[in-house]
Ligand binder design. Structure first.
Ligand SMILES: C[S@@+](CC[C@H](N)C(=O)[O-])C[C@H]1O[C@@H](n2cnc3c(N)ncnc32)[C@H](O)[C@@H]1O
Length: 287
C-alpha cells in the first residue's frame, strides 16, 4: 500500500511533548494490501504520522464504564471529568489527522449510568465541536438490546422511575467542507436501495456477540459497512483509532478501502490481525 499515513522518522518523535499521555506512540505492527494495524495510544497518533490523510474515521471509544480492556494498558474507570478531558485530547488529534473534508462517525451511548446519569452523547457533541469538527448529523442505532433493562428506579411509582433508551448514537462530524465532489476519478459504491434506507437516520440491526468475537465491546460489521458505503469513496483511507477486534478494518478491506487501526492492547492487536487474515480483501476486486 502506498503511504496511507506516513510514519515520522524516529528523530521526529517527541515523547516529552507537553500533552496528556496515557500510552506509547503508535507503531505499525502489521501491513497488508489494504490495512495497517498500529499498536499504541491513539491520542499520540500525531507523533507517529506526519500526513493528515484519513478521509473517514469510524470508531467506538471506551465509555469509562469500567470495561476490562486489559487494565495495565488502559484503565476504563477514570472519573467522568478526567474522561472528558481525555476525549478532548484524542478528538483534537483526530481532527489534525483527518484529511480536508474528512468525516468522523463516533459511536456512543446516549446516556451513561455509571456514577449517576450522564448525558455522554451531549458531552461528545460539545467537545468535538469545540476542537474544530463541524456537526453534520446523528444516526440512531436501534440495537434493540433490552437485556440490560433491570434498574427501574421506582417500580410502578412516579417517585423516581428510570427511563432507558435501548439505542446507541452515531455522531457524524466533518472537517472543513462536507461536500466532497466525485472528482479525480473517485467513485462510490452505494446502491439506490441502500442510499434510500440508510439516509433515514434510524438504523435497526443487532449488536455483536462479545464472547463470539473475543472482545468485551465489539460493534457489528454492519455498522462500519453502512458508514463506509455512505460516507467514503473506493480507495479512501478509513481510520479507527480504537480498533478493538478490527471490525472497521475488516469492513473496509471487504469494501475496497484502505484502512488504519490503532489499538493500545497487544492482545486485541493480534485479534485484529487474525480477523483481517480471515476476511477476504475487496481491494483486488475493486481494482
Ligand atoms: C469499544 S472498544 C472498540 C471495539 C471495536 N469497535 C470492535 O468492533 O472490536 C475500544 C477499544 O479501544 C482500546 N483503547 C483504549 N484506549 C486506547 C488508546 N488510548 N489508544 C488506542 N486504543 C485504545 C481498547 O483496548 C478497546 O479495544
Amino acid at each position: 500500500m502506498s503511504a496511507v499515513l506516513t510514519p515520522l522518522p524516529p528523530d521526529g518523535l517527541d515523547p516529552s511533548a507537553d500533552r496528556p499521555q496515557t500510552g506509547d506512540i503508535p507503531e505499525v505492527i502489521h501491513k497488508d494490501a489494504c490495512a495497517w494495524v498500529m499498536r499504541g495510544d491513539s491520542a499520540r497518533l500525531l507523533e507517529a504520522v506526519e500526513t493528515p490523510a484519513a478521509n473517514l474515521i469510524i470508531t467506538s471509544p471506551p465509555y469509562a464504564l469500567g470495561v476490562d480492556y486489559g487494565q495495565t494498558v488502559y484503565a476504563d474507570d477514570q472519573p467522568y471529568t478526567s474522561y472528558l478531558e481525555w476525549v478532548r485530547t484524542w478528538a483534537t488529534t483526530l481532527y489534525r489527522v483527518a484529511a480536508a473534508g474528512g468525516r468522523a462517525c463516533i459511536n456512543i451511548p446516549l446516556d451513561s449510568n455509571k456514577g449517576g446519569k450522564r448525558a455522554i452523547y451531549a458531552d461528545y457533541l460539545r467537545i468535538f465541536q469545540e476542537v474544530g469538527w463541524t456537526y453534520q448529523t446523528s444516526i440512531v442505532w436501534n440495537e434493540q438490546n433490552i437485556s440490560r433493562r433491570t434498574a427501574w428506579g421506582s417500580w410502578l411509582s412516579p417517585s423516581a422511575p428510570f427511563v432507558t433508551a435501548p439505542v446507541e448514537m452515531i455522531a457524524v462530524f466533518y472537517k472543513g467542507s462536507f461536500r466532497r465532489p466525485a472528482r479525480d476519478g473517485r467513485r462510490g459504491d452505494i446502491t439506490r436501495d441502500e442510499f434510500l434506507a440508510w439516509t433515514l437516520g434510524m438504523w435497526t440491526f443487532a449488536g455483536a456477540n462479545p464472547r463470539r468475537v473475543g472482545h468485551p465491546a465489539p460493534f457489528p460489521e454492519e455498522l462500519p459497512r453502512r458508514l463506509i458505503k455512505l460516507y467514503s469513496y473506493l480507495d479512501d483511507v478509513v481510520l479507527d483509532p480504537f480498533v478493538g477486534s478490527g471490525t472497521t478494518l475488516v469492513a473496509a478491506s471487504r469494501l475496497g478501502r484502505r484502512s488504519v487501526g490503532v489499538e493500545i492492547n497487544p492482545t486485541f492487536c493480534d485479534l485484529t490481525i487474525r480477523n483481517l487474515r480471515g476476511s477476504s480483501s475487496g481491494l483486488a476486486a475493486a481494482g
